[in-house]
Design a protein around this ligand. Structure first.
Ligand code: DGL
Length: 269
């Protein structure tokens, strides 16, 4: 198959990465997406880097070898933090591997008004220190304050947003004094896009929010263009695989994607 016609592989620990898949599909409707949500192993956010890496290896092998994807998007901050460099080096020069962290760091350093940035993310992402290191390398003058916010992803998955529970949890985390004078906040988990509006309101609109949806989709488009594999016509229907299927995942999936979709069970051996 001609490379431009091949699908783009997108994966996450579960359904949060559907926010990224939707942004890609919105920007490049001619592209076919094969999504893989590793629902059998979620959450990744409190697992060891070694274990996450073994999941990532299996998923990327499936997307590249079985689904013949032309590029793989790691639509999960936690997987990007633990396994990006290993995956990129393994496929160097053959398949573009795109993580969600670099495009956000890039966008932050390009905005010269930002002097202090906050990061909220899973425990594993925060503990990896990857955001902190990458930002320091690109611009040591921008300071970063980090906070693990493990209650947010399950809260969002359970459908709590714009209500008393979500307001209380968000306020509890974000009123942390370390975020007092931030200019920007990185929503360092693909789930958090669904509560972006509440976070925006919490800061009274005074803090710029960065997430991995539109920023990543634009970056991906540039990479596909550079590689000469941008599609001009949609070949197939998008596919949405999960490693464990429940009705709950099915119901949340359409909420995360913003459109109705049908999940398909795919167990990786
Ligand atoms: N979607 C994952 C991320 O972006 C977090 C959810 C999980 O802990 O599996 O980090």
């Amino acid at each position: 198959m001609e490379d431009a016609k091949k699908p783009i592989g997108v994966f996450d620990s579960g359904i949060g990465g559907l926010t990224v898949a939707h942004a890609i599909s919105k920007l490049m409707p001619e592209e076919t997406i094969v999504y893989f949500g590793d629902t059998a192993h979620l959450p990744y956010g409190d697992k060891s880097p070694q274990l996450i890496h073994s999941f990532v290896q299996n998923i990327s092998q499936f997307l590249i070898e079985k689904e013949q994807c032309k590029a793989v998007v790691m639509a999960c901050n936690t997987a990007s933090a633990t396994s990006y460099e290993i995956l990129r080096d393994k496929h160097k020069g053959v398949f573009p591997i795109i993580n969600v962290i670099d495009p956000i760091v890039e966008a932050i350093v390009q905005d010269k008004t930002i002097k202090k940035v906050g990061l909220i993310a899973t425990k594993t992402t925060v503990e990896s220190g990857v955001y902190q290191e990458k930002l320091k390398r690109r611009n040591p003058e921008v300071t970063m304050e980090v906070l693990a916010t493990p209650l947010l992803a399950p809260m969002i998955e359970e459908g709590f947003s714009q209500d008393k529970i979500s307001h209380t949890v968000i306020e509890n985390y974000l009123s942390n004094p370390r975020f007092r004078d931030i200019d920007a906040l990185i929503l360092g988990c693909t789930h958090y896009v669904l509560i972006a509006e509440e976070i925006h309101d919490f800061f009274g609109g005074k803090v710029k929010l960065f997430d991995s949806t539109d920023i990543l989709a634009l970056k991906l488009k540039l990479i596909l263009e550079k590689e000469g594999v941008l599609s001009s016509q949609r070949e197939k229907k998008n596919k949405f695989y999960v490693s464990d299927f429940t009705q709950g995942f099915q119901e949340s999936a359409s909420r995360f994607y913003g459109e109705n979709l049908q999940l398909e069970l795919k167990k990786l051996s």
